[in-house]
Design a protein around this ligand. Structure first.
Ligand code: COA
Length: 260
């Protein structure tokens, strides 16, 4: 089962690659279980600051549910699959590290939902995006209706979910579905990591506080969100890294953060 998804650790960065290019990296039951295993492994590794999720090959990030497997599934098995999306993929939006979808090709259906579960998204120029589920007589079932509305607003989410149309990477960038478009000829993972160097190398306590504070904005009413922001600021204020940053600034040298 381990060959379905690979994990590579590069210092503070984990690279998770869905490795089923012959099926456009589609999400089978075993693939989702393996992603869950990897998420649990990474959650217990305090060194990890950034996790890149990508797909093998140059055609697909992930073409969504494995439709060949789905044909042989009972309705109860599909229900179990929907629960598994929720339990096994939650780490992408709940871990202490920043999760980033590095989208190397098509991101359709559950593939786009996987990308929407991540904190950030970069994509190659040839990537395409869509939530085609209604055309298959269903709706997005791995958080797509909710996360697209949170990220893009109701009107744009309805456009995607109701029409099922395919978007280019340029359109995805223009509506905020992706953060970065990596131009042709530039390597996706390396360019994405260059963009995220401040996250991988910055003050760990402040980076984590910033991540938790912004994520909470989806779920907390403003006054509680402001309280939470204050609580998280206190963690930074109490840190030695905050003092080190001020000292480094005065001494005109780069700070040496220790995560304390
Ligand atoms: N599940 C399982 N296998 C899939 C798949 C999926 N979601 N998407 C593609 N594949 C398989 C194809 O069946 C094909 O395998 P085969 O040659 O053994 O039949 C292989 O991947 C290549 O796909 P193909 O369609 O020939 O490549 P393409 O470049 O012309 O098109 C896609 C790629 C992804 C655009 C197209 O396959 C597609 O639209 N797939 C369905 C995506 C979808 O609707 N996902 C949402 C599910 S809710």
């Amino acid at each position: 089962m381990s060959e379905l998804v690979s994990l590579e650790l590069r210092a503070a960065v984990a690279v998770v690659t869905i490795d089923r290019p012959e099926r456009m990296n589609a999400l089978s039951w075993a693939t989702v279980q393996r992603l869950g295993e990897i998420g649990r492994e990474l959650a217990s590794d305090a060194r990890v600051r950034v996790c890149l999720l990508t797909g093998a090959g140059d055609k697909a990030f992930c073409a969504g549910a494995d439709l060949k497997e789905r044909q042989g599934m009972s309705r109860d098995q599909v229900r179990e699959m929907l629960s598994a999306y929720r339990t096994e993929l939650a780490w992408l939006s709940e871990s202490d590290f920043v999760s980033v979808a590095a989208i190397n090709g098509v991101a359709l259906g559950g593939g786009l939902e996987l990308a929407l579960s991540c904190d950030l998204r970069s994509a190659v120029e040839s990537a395409t995006f869509g939530l085609p589920e209604v055309g298959l007589g269903i709706i997005p079932g791995a958080g797509g209706t909710q996360r697209s509305a949170h990220l893009l607003g109701q009107s744009r989410a309805l456009d995607l979910v109701l029409t099922g149309r395919r978007l280019s990477a340029n359109e995805a960038l223009s509506i905020g579905l992706i953060n970065r478009l990596i131009p042709n000829g530039e390597p996706l993972l390396e360019s994405t990591l260059k963009w995220l160097a401040p996250v991988a190398e910055g003050a760990p306590i402040a980076q984590r506080a910033a991540l938790l504070a912004v994520r909470a904005a989806h779920t907390l009413p403003l006054e509680r969100g402001l309280d939470y922001e204050r609580e998280l600021y206190e963690r930074c204020l109490a840190s030695a890294d905050r003092d080190e940053a001020l000292r480094a600034l005065a001494e005109k040298r780069p700070p040496a953060f220790q995560g304390k």
